[in-house]
Design a protein. Structure first.
Ligand code: K2U
Ligand code: ZN
Length: 166
């Protein structure tokens, strides 16, 4: 089990679009294990493969308090969504920046599990937000893409200062 380096904004590879996973083997299992170790250590409640510079359509999530409800989303797609909600979001690739983001309140997601079995999940709340955040990553999108240009300019100015301070 290894912690993987997380790409930081503005690394260009954060804008790459992930490729479909076709092989469900031991390598995929090892990658998922390492991604969960990386996520829990960050700490975070989600992590997309894009963030560790691996461009496969794969994300790991665990929004539970006890950190005992891991969810692996392979080749996930949102089939339906409803409502709107606003939540303050952060990102492990844009540390120390938090902004309110408007997203869908409820989603129906089709995905494959680690064995390649097709699954469908319907959810709201923090899990729905996290799923949308991670699927954004797999499409090369970041949560700052969803805020106003003025808020983005201010957030990135603050981020630059924090990064320079180290
Ligand atoms: O993908 C990531 O960068 C991990 C994100 C996932 C996330 C962001 C906003 C809202 C929901 C999920 C987070 O940085 S993980 C850190 C975190 C921890 C607790 C609550 C919210 C965010
Ligand atoms: Zn993120």
């Amino acid at each position: 089990m290894a912690c993987l380096p997380i790409l930081l904004y503005p690394h260009p590879n954060l804008r790459k679009v992930a490729q479909r996973v076709d092989v469900f083997d031991e390598n995929l299992r090892q990658l998922v294990t390492d991604m969960f170790a990386t996520m829990y250590a960050a700490p975070g409640i989600g992590l997309a493969a894009t963030q560790v510079d691996i461009h496969q359509h794969l994300a790991v999530i665990d929004v539970s308090e006890e950190k005992n409800q891991p969810l692996v989303l392979v080749n996930a797609e949102i089939l339906a969504s409803e409502g709107i909600e606003e939540m303050e979001e952060g990102c492990l690739s844009i540390p120390q920046i938090n902004e309110k983001v408007t997203r869908k309140e409820w989603v129906r997601v089709r995905y494959q599990d680690l064995d390649g079995n097709e699954c469908v999940l319907e959810t709201g709340g923090l899990l729905a937000v996290c799923i949308q955040h991670e699927l954004d990553h797999l499409h090369g999108r970041l949560f700052i893409d969803h805020i106003s240009p003025l808020k983005r300019e201010r957030a990135l100015k603050k981020y630059d200062k924090l990064q320079k301070r180290g």
